[in-house]
Design a protein around this ligand. Structure first.
Ligand code: NDP
Ligand code: 2IT
Length: 444
């Protein structure tokens, strides 16, 4: 007996109708896992390991009512997808965005299982959030929303059960309000959330970790081909946490970042961002058009994505499916040699096919953006030990983890002609430990 990809996807589709993002993630992973299982572990077929790994262990959906500044009642929906706890407590971010739905959170939780396994830290996978839109809300509205959200979520999480963190729309401010409410309800101070502030249990370098880790991974890719990142031109999308610190680290490494973007449009600065320009970007927040008023050599486009500009390296750092087949073709035709995902699943399945066909280096999010959750894992270790490590110590560990993830990808993804299929390497490398652990723990 052997597994068949088409039949498996038909099974997944029948079980999860209308969940296009989740099915996209399932297909992206199982396309590599099915041949691997058929060849190396046919015994895992009867154990229904794939059917089990795509089924969330638990999903919690709840009402979040809160009062806006006009004392009007607002109602949102809260979610936590507890996907897989075979190798550790559920771990993964919370996303606050009106685009949030179950399909998106299930895809994120599923990807998180493999990503967390790749870090080498014992972390299971989960994801959560709300359809709450933080844009335009006052600080007090954000606080009231977070308090109401945690008033339900607290009973489902815990330092040894499920440890949420940030994602789109959730940063240190939101983690603060969520943590304050958890502590007030439970009357204990534990590492139940990561991404905490540095004075109250947070780890140094957690804010920077995803962006910095992304560049450390890109460095490994270039070292592996006897090249270096210095002097390369980079297009980055997004202008949030991941994009910002990816740009900062790229500048540290001597590369030139020429684009950043958000839902308003794209800044193209042919002279490259500098640390001073980045500080100005922080000041203007989402108002990217203001940048070109100050820096006259730059232009702002509402109709062009970062992928429309010639570059050596592309780093999508905004959101899922932001880079499609046409964008991929444009990147390849203009000489891009490396695409590394800071965001989760930013490249469509068709775009990935273009990268693989052109044999350019494609580093999927579950490998390339794992630095964020890795430092979250280090934050948990510091909380358990009642310690706070120096920034240098955390940075050293982050570099080692990204290096190890790169090695795992090479080990499982190197093809006969020497091309490294990082996606295959990450999928198989992340899967083995989780599958073995599930089997060892019986049919649960
Ligand atoms: P932030 O909320 O800090 O920033 C998100 C950025 O992406 C904003 O500039 C936002 O623009 C832009 N963006 C979001 N949606 C869209 C869209 N539909 N079109 C154009 N721009 C968009 O989030 P993060 O930086 O934390 O997250 C970015 C990505 O990285 C996500 O995919 C997340 O899952 C992933 N990630 C995050 C990690 C972390 O530690 N934070 C770890 C690993 C992955 P605007 O403000 O206009 O909406
Ligand atoms: O997608 C991700 O890895 C994150 N948003 C970070 C998760 C975490 O628990 O730090």
């Amino acid at each position: 007996m052997s597994l068949n990809f088409e039949s498996f996807i038909a099974y997944a589709r029948a079980k999860n109708p209308n969940e296009s993002e989740f099915l996209q993630a399932v297909a992206e992973v199982t396309e590599d896992l099915i041949p691997y299982i058929n060849q190396k572990h046919p015994d895992w077929i009867d154990a229904k390991i794939l059917e089990r790994i795509i089924e969330p262990e638990r999903i919690i959906i709840f009402k979040v009512s809160w009062l806006n500044d006009q004392n009007q009642v607002q109602v949102n929906r809260g979610f936590r997808v507890q996907m897989n706890s075979a190798i550790g407590p559920y771990k993964g971010g919370l996303r606050f965005s009106p685009t949030v739905n179950l399909s998106i959170l299930k895809f994120l939780a599923f990807e998180q299982v493999f990503k967390n396994s790749l870090t080498g830290i014992p972390l299971g996978g989960g994801k959560g959030g709300s359809d709450f839109d933080p844009k335009g809300k006052s600080d007090m509205e954000i606080m009231r929303f977070c308090q109401s959200f945690m008033t339900e979520l607290y009973r489902h999480i815990g330092a040894e059960t499920d440890v949420p963190a940030g994602d789109i729309g959730v940063g240190e401010r939101e983690i603060g309000y969520l943590f304050g409410q958890y502590k007030r309800i439970q009357n204990n101070f534990t590492g139940v959330l990561t991404g905490k502030g540095k004075y109250w249990g947070g780890s140094y370098l957690r804010p920077e970790a995803t962006g910095y880790g992304l560049l450390y991974f890109v460095q490994c890719v270039f070292e592996n081909m006897d090249e270096e990142v210095a002097g390369k031109e980079i297009c980055i999308s997004g202008a949030g946490n991941v994009a910002y610190y990816a740009t900062e680290k790229a500048i540290h490494l001597g590369a030139k970042v020429i684009t950043l973007s958000n839902s308003l449009g794209t800044i193209h600065d042919p002279e490259g961002f500098t640390l001073e320009k980045l500080a100005y970007l922080k000041e203007i927040g989402r108002e990217l058009p203001k940048y070109v008023d100050r820096y006259k050599t730059a232009a702002f486009y509402t109709d062009r994505k970062p992928w429309h500009f010639k570059c050596d390296i592309a780093l999508p750092c905004a959101t899922q499916n932001e880079l499609n087949e046409e964008d991929a073709q444009l990147l390849v035709s203009q000489g891009c040699i490396c695409v590394a995902e800071g965001a989760n699943m930013p490249s469509t399945a068709e775009a990935i096919k273009v990268f693989h066909k052109a044999k350019i280096h494609f580093a999927p999010g579950k490998a390339a953006n794992a630095g964020g959750v890795a430092v979250s894992g280090l934050e948990m270790s510091q909380n358990w030990a009642g310690q706070q490590w120096s920034s240098d110590k955390v940075d050293g560990k982050l570099k080692t983890i990204m290096n190890n993830i790169h090695k795992t990808c090479v080990k499982h993804g190197k093809e006969e002609d020497g091309y490294i299929n990082y996606l295959k390497g990450a999928n198989i490398g992340g899967f083995i430990k989780v599958a073995e652990s599930m089997l060892a723990q019986g049919i649960v």
